[in-house]
Write a protein that binds this ligand. Structure first.
Ligand code: NA7
Length: 542
């Protein structure tokens, strides 16, 4: 057991994922004293928890990696185009050691509350292990997809077999050999793990509520020559990524999907399909803006699915019919659709016959009983706000963040919240990160926050805080941008639609990663326009 940490620091950083580690590194380089707090027993965030079979990132490894250190870029060797979870975690572990970040963290420790002292404008941060910290700045790097969603299906607790959530996978792994396995959920986590589980299990039942679009990863192993080329090309790759819509060095076709000939359109889709994965969503610039453009992409994807699945009746069920393609994140898969050609895999269509209950021996739907030994929940996350809502974060006038966000999250630039001075959210709602490259997004936010703190020092203030009008305008701007797209039509986690009772608001900023970066830079350039700077009462009284 360790002694409780009680003390004063300049900054508390919550979370030791990509964002939190970089925040500690950056703030420390400014000379701040920093205390990191992490619920897990190690670094990695998402990549610490999501150890399910087949877990990979859907952004290419070279892009989904830190850009702040050229030495790091040149030292680290990625083994394949889409890195697996163990490789990404090994990379994060390496970074933690390389930059000496580990000893700055309290691991196995969850922040339970952060309360503002309005006189001193400092935060009192408490943990579930009894630590009490006082900090000038609070940086929440708690992740957009870190709070697992366990659906309240009647009888869930009665199941006598093994139960696992993909986002809390046991470190020792799970052996499915000889087992009848049920998996609920066909988002990224389900679609990545299903082909791997199917190879081991005696029988796999996939309980699908909504079919999802998925594009093969087109993964490749890198050889030394490729790695040399990658290392030589980092600067240009990062530059293109920072200017792009999605934080990767790719841009959409210059014309509308409806302007080009049928042949040109087919070729463009084919090229993107081969490139692999989630980028298919951005083949044409209007693909997620108009139903007509979107229909051309849907038709292309449907034909691909029909060619991959032997049984046309199963293919019918696997073709999404409830959302425009790309308005839920397209999954990047490895042999997903072909898995349904295996004799030991059964697709259970919950739209036709919903789950009625989980029983001690399996799952009962409206028309059948399925006997199961192992049940996997690939049911996603309370996204973007879940981790923040679960802490007691209390700002000015005793108002909590959860209260302030009761009708949906409200931020300025996704970083600041009115009434919560010196509290910064990294890659929060109102920022584009979940639609882009999380690692570059986290770096951009942390760099911006560091600039903001430096500005505050230069002007000799104690606190910085988003103004109410700037926040209202930003929230409205985000809403307007989303309304010009098809995204609000999908029951996605972007909309909070996967969590019963959660307000339906499109949470990310959808104007593009590059455009967002320029806005943030302009705001900083103009003396942090839309933020208010103040001095604490205690200091004014001195
Ligand atoms: P997702 O994408 O939210 O997928 C969760 C899946 O679980 C999805 O198919 C849901 O169906 C399904 N689900 C959730 N609750 C239920 C209940 N109660 N009954 C049946 N099915 C249910 O989470 P992932 O972990 O796969 O991926 C999250 C992100 O991580 C992903 O977008 C990438 O960015 C990386 P639904 O579609 O809601 O009908």
């Amino acid at each position: 057991a360790r002694a409780n940490r009680i003390g004063d620091v300049d900054a508390v950083v919550v979370g030791a994922g990509f964002a939190g580690l970089y925040a500690v590194h950056k703030l420390r380089s400014l000379g701040l004293t920093v205390q990191g707090v992490e619920a897990a027993d190690g670094v990695g965030g998402t990549w610490f928890w999501n150890r399910y079979p087949g877990a990979r990132c859907d952004v290419e490894s070279v892009d989904y990696s830190y850009s702040f250190s050229r030495e790091l870029e040149q030292e680290w060797d990625w083994s394949e185009k889409y890195a697996t979870q163990p490789e990404i975690l090994a990379y994060i572990d390496h970074v933690a050691d390389r930059f000496d970040l580990r000893d700055r963290f309290l691991f196995g420790t969850r922040v339970t509350s952060a309360e503002l002292d309005e006189d001193t404008l400092r935060w009192e941060v408490r943990t579930d292990r009894g630590d009490v910290l006082s900090a000038r700045y609070c940086i929440f790097a708690t992740g957009a997809l870190s709070t697992a969603n366990m659906p309240n299906i009647p009888g869930r607790e009665s199941f006598t077999g093994d139960t696992h959530h993909t986002g809390h996978w046991p470190h020792e792994g799970v052996d499915f050999t000889g087992r009848r396995v049920g998996i609920i959920g066909t988002g990224s986590s389900g679609i990545q793990s299903i082909p791997v589980i199917a190879e081991q299990a005696d029988h796999l039942y996939v309980f699908q509520r909504s079919a999802n679009y998925s594009v093969p990863a087109g993964n490749e192993m890198w050889d030394d020559e490729m790695r040399r080329a990658i290392k030589a090309g980092y600067d240009e790759r990062r530059r293109l990524s920072r200017e792009s819509g999605g934080g990767s060095p790719y841009n959409a076709h210059p014309k509308s999907a409806l302007e080009v000939s049928e042949e040109e359109r087919r070729d463009a889709y084919e090229t993107r399909w081969k490139l692999g994965g989630v980028l298919f969503a951005k083949t044409f610039p209007d693909q997620t803006k108009t139903e007509a453009a979107n229909a051309t992409a849907r038709e292309f994807a449907e034909n691909k699915i029909r060619r991959l699945v032997d049984d046309p009746a199963v293919a019918d069920k696997l073709i999404p019919n409830d959302h425009p393609i790309g308005t839920k994140r397209i999954v990047t898969d490895t042999h997903y659709f072909e898995t349904y050609n295996r004799p030991n895999v059964t697709l259970v269509d919950l739209k036709a016959a919903p789950i009625e209950s989980i029983t001690p021996s399996g799952i009962t739907t409206a028309d059948a009983d399925y006997g199961l030994d192992t049940l996997v929940f690939a049911t996603g996350f309370d996204a973007m706000t879940g981790a923040l809502d679960r802490m007691r974060i209390v700002g000015r006038d005793g108002v909590s963040l959860a209260e302030y966000w009761s009708e949906g999250p409200k931020t300025y630039l996704g970083v600041g919240v009115p009434g919560f001075p010196n509290l910064f959210v990294v890659t929060g709602p109102g920022s584009p990160s979940v639609l882009a490259n999380m690692v570059l997004g986290a770096e951009q936010h942390v760099d911006w926050i560091a600039d903001c703190i430096e500005h505050l020092w230069e002007k000799d203030y104690d606190a910085v805080e988003a103004s109410v009008p700037a926040t209202e305008q930003w929230v409205e701007h985000c809403r307007e941008l989303a309304a010009q797209t098809l995204f609000p039509l999908a029951n996605s986690w972007y909309m909070g639609a996967n969590i019963p009772g959660k307000p339906r608001v499109f949470m990310p900023y959808i104007g593009g990663f590059g455009a967002y970066g320029r806005i943030c830079a302009d705001v900083a350039e103009e003396g942090f326009r839309g933020f208010e700077f103040s001095r604490s009462r205690t200091r004014l009284a001195d």
